[in-house]
Design a protein around this ligand. Sequence first.
Ligand SMILES: [Zn+2]
Ligand SMILES: [Zn+2]
Length: 413
Amino acid sequence: MKKVHLQKGKKIMVGLIVGMLTLGIFLGGCTTPSAPTSGPTPKLEAFTPGEALASDQMRISFMGTSFLPRIAQQCNSVFVELGNGDSFVFDFGSGVSSKYVAMGIPPSRMDKVFLTHLHGDHVSDLITLYCFGPSQDRKTPLYLYGPTGDTPDEGTVAFAANLKSLMKWHEEAFSFLPTGLKTGGDGYDIVAKELPYMTVGGVAYEANGVKITHFPAVHDRNGSISYKLEWNGLSMVFSGDTRPNNYMVEQAKGVDVLIHEMVVPPDVWAMKNSGIKPGEPNWQQALSAATAVQNSSHTPQKALGYIFSQTTPRLGVATHFQVNEDTTGPALNDIRSWYKDPVAIAIDGLVINVSKSEIRQRMAVLDDYSWYPKPKITPPDQLAPAKYDGPYAQLNDTLLGSVIPDTVYMTTP
Ligand SMILES: [Zn+2]
Ligand SMILES: [Zn+2]
């Protein structure tokens, strides 16, 4: 595929997003490694949720970009929409539901979720997605794709069954509403497809011209994977969490957008996460814990530059990275020591449109007080009857008898 290097040679780095600044500002950096954070500070263009997507484009929206929950960066999730109308969720960490709501994405468009691994920062908002989908517009099962474990009870099928079981009270409580279709299937069903974690290039999903494959990631313990989506001559890879590895170098070569995790150096991690400074009591303990986590699980900044240099994506995007004024510059320096072409560091709300001729980055303008988006309407005659006969069916007579009648308070004294 012909490579297009955005703004190359103009001394404007494409999209280093700095969360501490006003939303949508990015620090311009040079394409040379010597002065990566100098230069102009133009704003990224605004993206307004609800914009139609051209039939030949892919749009990637970052809904969560961190491993720890922060106001500007919730935990991990990426939403991929295609011009054929299909849409796919990759990971679903804590806090991202609010971002999907603000982006105007109804649950019916979030019914296929691809999990890279079962760490809490990648799955924890699935409770919200599972519980509130059927009471809105997802009257069909939630499809969960994810890795096997070394034992059945560690895999995605067991995870899905446990999620359903965990939320039984919620499921019953909302089942006075129609949650399924007459033709079969119910919003409170979960269909889990387990993907063998050691398979390279295994097919996770293939339909409607879309192919999603998976390959091993190296992260913490056996059972993490990365994904590659291909459609209409466009492609993207989502690493999930991983050490820099050769599967990635092989599978992500020449991809249009490579979304890859990155971490700050261990001493920065230790200081930021523990508040302990070098030389203070327990510093060595904090540092060695951070080092151990990173050595078993994550990708250092220079390593990501190396990965980009070996795969040469049209756009490389770092994520799972805590964006601060004092973290992004050094990170970019390290990436630039290996790789000079366009890269971005994601925060929540980064939106990337991908076509064969252009990769366009914008920042979503999100309403802090949004409501649920417009639902997909299922004709009432297609809905299966509700399980319970009305909203009072699950309350006993004693509880119902304790309710203060509205005649008492509707007439003001
Ligand atoms: Zn993570
Ligand atoms: Zn993880």
